[in-house]
Unconditional design. Structure first.
Lengths: 365, 79
């Protein structure tokens, strides 16, 4: 019974994380379409939310990686998964508060790894899986998106160089309806699966599922719904600030950037690599910008992304480990997660209130 | 050491697929825009043979883009 209470808290926390993931990433998914006026903001956000939902159903390879290749499922308990989620959410809130660009995906994996390490020692952590399936792809994917975005925009300008600007602009705006849609689909595929993977891990740890099980249908549906709802509600905040915070791009650049991001994320999802969709989309946007004019890219932002990339996994792992230690003070039952969840909610409310009073955080790229 | 940890084949396939899909679709879609634009211009000038050729290019390229996108999604759902 106590374990089931912890499991319910884990599932609720994971879905809350999924919602914030969609909320946080709406800007990345719809920025290019809104910036080039390919779609009106309201339509772009609704379209992205619907395709986020659909994307969650097209693959389970990433969920399998998160559930089986990052930590040893046999050494995991629902409390470990809970501590990992708290590590990820805490790091996301800290970076949101200070306006640092960070990856929800790396925070999630870092949090779970840190909590597993604290609970069961080094044997609970699958180092080879983390390096081979998370860290190496995390380095390569944004670089590939940058190069694909850069080559794509050169191809665009070469092919339509002597076409009337009005025709080219209209054409690429139309194309962005497809490439922006694919980007939203790709985002739903890769990011929702991480939550599915974590919930599946908790279900395996609690004995509700056999090891190596795929996520049950209810997990897929709830994860898809949470990320889609987050995207939809996150969008209204973006709509109010659009035009001042989004990079100015021409339609061809928007088409190239979203196409590059979608291609990299979809290909990676197919092979089960859990990526930072934020960093891949940023790579595509910078590539499409740099190929036209190097100075158009905000290289300082690129530097911040690298710093955040280096900090995110260790920081989330540390918070996950400390959270696990705190829950153990209250024993192995449900008391620890209940106390930590209550304290966490109080801190989130306090931070949000203070942030709102101070002003909006610096936007992530 | 690293080669035993990293699934090099899957990583290379990911990179190749991303390049082909990202750059290939952009190229084909750009050809569709070129075809459509030239079709409009040549039709207006009364050069019907050229207009038909560019119109065909636009239609074929557009269909090719849709086919590539559909095939990509089908491949994704099959794993």
């Amino acid at each position: 019974m106590q374990n089931d209470v912890v499991l319910v808290i884990v599932v609720a926390t994971a879905l809350a994380f999924d919602f914030t993931n969609g909320f946080h990433d709406t800007a990345n998914v719809v920025a290019t379409s809104i910036s080039t006026r390919a779609m009106p903001p309201r339509l772009a956000v609704g379209y992205a939310a619907a395709l986020n939902f659909a994307g969650a159903f097209i693959s389970l390879a990433v969920a399998a990686t998160v559930a089986q290749d990052v930590v040893n499922a046999g050494a995991i308990t629902p409390t470990v998964v809970f501590a990992g989620l708290i590590g990820a959410i805490s790091w996301n809130l800290i970076t949101w508060y200070f306006g640092l660009p960070s990856s929800s995906s790396h925070a999630l994996i870092g949090g779970v790894v840190g909590a597993a390490f604290a609970a069961a020692g080094p044997s609970a952590v699958l180092g080879a899986g983390i390096v081979g399936k998370v860290l190496i792809p995390a380095v390569i994917a944004p670089i590939v998106a940058f190069i694909v975005g850069a080559i794509a925009i050169v191809v665009c300008y070469r092919v339509v160089g002597r076409v009337r600007p009005g025709h080219a602009g209209r054409g690429y705006r139309l194309g962005q309806v497809v490439s922006g849609g694919l980007l939203a689909l790709a985002h739903g595929t890769n990011d929702a699966q991480k939550t599915m993977g974590v919930i599946t891990l908790a279900l395996i740890a609690n004995g509700n599922l056999a090891a190596d099980s795929a996520p049950p249908t209810w997990v897929i549906v709830t994860a898809a719904s949470a990320i889609a709802a987050g995207t939809y509600f996150g969008g209204w905040r973006i709509i109010r600030t659009v035009g001042t915070r989004i990079i100015k791009m021409d339609p061809a650049q928007g088409f190239s950037a979203s196409g590059a991001g979608a291609a990299v994320i979809l290909a990676s999802s197919h092979f089960g690599f859990p990526l930072s969709t934020t960093q891949v989309i940023s790579g595509g946007v910078m590539g499409a910008g740099a190929a036209k004019r190097v100075s158009a890219v905000r290289w300082g932002v690129a530097g911040n992304i690298v710093v955040a990339w280096l900090l995110t996994m260790p920081a989330a792992a540390m918070i996950g480990a400390v959270t696990y230690g705190i829950t153990r003070i209250f024993g192995t039952g449900a008391a620890g997660p209940i106390v930590v969840a209550a304290a966490g909610l109080a801190m989130v409310a306090a931070a949000f209130t203070k942030r709102v009073r101070v002003g909006s955080p610096v936007p992530a790229p | 050491m690293l080669a035993t940890i990293v699934d090099t084949e899957a990583l290379l396939k990911t990179i190749v697929a991303a390049f082909i899909a990202g750059v290939g679709v952009t190229l084909i879609f750009s050809l569709a825009i070129l075809g459509a634009s030239r079709f409009v211009d040549l039709s207006r000038d009364g050069r019907s043979a050229g207009a038909i050729a560019f119109g065909a290019l636009a239609v074929v390229a557009l269909v090719a883009v849709l086919v590539v996108v559909a095939v990509g999604i089908i491949v994704m759902t099959r794993k």
